[in-house]
Design a protein around this ligand. Sequence first.
Ligand code: ZN
Length: 165
Amino acid sequence: MAYTDESGLYELFDKLGDALQDVEVVKEKKYMERFLKELVSDSGLASYGEEQVRKNLQMGSVDTLLLSDGLRKLRLTIKCGNCGFEEKKTITKRAGEEDYQPGNCLKCGSGLSIQESVDIVDELSTNADQMTTNTVFISSDFEEGNQLLTAFGGIGAILRYKTGI
Ligand code: ZN
């Protein structure tokens, strides 16, 4: 088959692009179906929510980490310059995030300051890499993908074994 003009070529590339996108969505759907299946069957092999998944990641029990592409959060490390007290906190990313005021130290009452601010997607996927956990980014423009964002806080995990978390 010959493409006689440029529009024919563009059409070909368009189709190729769509096909690649379809493959990606099919892959994401498969992971979400697996996650929901484990959840519904109560097998103990699905976990969701930041705190729960974070614990599982630390234990090395996560096989596949599912992160929604709609996740907009920052993980802050907050420190007291006076007594050295340190805590981690997750905040929702929005315009003017630099204005976030960490308040006062619970121990000594001095003003706390933000030591580090990392996008939660980078932070969790780095943790996952360290535990040889597979990270999959899930688009929110198909039904199950949107569910990950709205019903599960944008963070899900398929576990290697039951942890009860
Ligand atoms: Zn302090």
